[in-house]
Design a protein around this ligand. Sequence first.
Ligand code: NAP
Length: 305
Amino acid sequence: MKAIVVGDQTAGTAGMKLVERPEPQAAINDVVVQVHAAGFVNTELEWPSTWADRGFRDRTPSILGHELAGVVTALGYGTTGLSIGQRVFGLSDWHRDGTLAEYVAMEARNLAPLPGDVDFTVGASLPISGLTAWQGLFQHGRLQAGQSVLAHGAAGAVGSIVAQLAREAGAYVIGTGRAADRQKALDFGAHEFVDLGNDSLEDIGGVDLVFDVIGGGVQKRSAALIRAGGTLVTVVGPTDVRPSEGLTIDFVVESDRAQLGEIVQRVRDGRLRTNIGKVSSLDDAVAIFNASERRTGKTVIRIRP
Ligand SMILES: NC(=O)c1ccc[n+]([C@@H]2O[C@H](COP(=O)([O-])OP(=O)(O)OC[C@H]3O[C@@H](n4cnc5c(N)ncnc54)[C@H](OP(=O)(O)O)[C@@H]3O)[C@@H](O)[C@H]2O)c1
């Protein structure tokens, strides 16, 4: 099968190669999925799991990509809950070969059924951004109606879903990003927008929840705005930054079948809009990931036309 691999940690996206690899086998509780569309997060190249397995052994050349939509083609020993021929979408294990490939073997529990009226491109755009937003707001941030959320990068893949879900849950949403992203962030549900390059973050006053996808100085300044009892939720790694009277939670998104179901149902009934940027073929994907132009929204690779 065709797959996009990396083997050199120092090469960045220039080290990506489209190669032939053997088709994967389904292990215990696995399924093999014929991938129709896959997503990719650029920062994957910085994650230790891209380079090492769970025993910290070198696993290169490793196949990139961890979110997908496709069709189940094989079941492993003991696998229940999914059938051959079923349309699915989900999030694969960070430490295993991924989804920028024609086939992937992954645990069935990390997949959810993809309804027949949802396109594979849409399905592949949802798992990482959708689950990250859902878990950050509701599981870790314990968001309540009437609270306020500072949604950083609100025109980006995660932030645009944070803004929509938070608004739907009855929160007041302040989106942030670059000047050019103002209208997009407002369209995705932010009540107001802070241009981080030109506006003063401090002017927004206090907030209950900061959803951080940026880190650094922006994270630190945002933590200072958190009201007593509020939460800094961050997805850019462990941090020492703490609100003075609140919690900091950093987390890595996990797959969850029920949450995937909630997310895709919102897309079907129009409560949630996807934020898909470029859509490319597998043959063109390496060039797309190496292009210098700014990409906004989720890049989706159509593995099967
Ligand atoms: N821990 C987890 O489980 C998890 C899960 C998902 C994502 N993540 C991480 O979350 C981050 C965001 O992911 P994503 O997929 O949403 O990326 P994305 O689509 O690129 O969105 C990030 C948005 O924030 C904007 N932004 C970044 N730095 C900014 C700054 N200093 N000022 C103004 N705007 C800024 C970006 O604009 P530009 O494109 O112009 O920079 C972009 O619009 C990544 O670091 C990713 O690795 C972590």
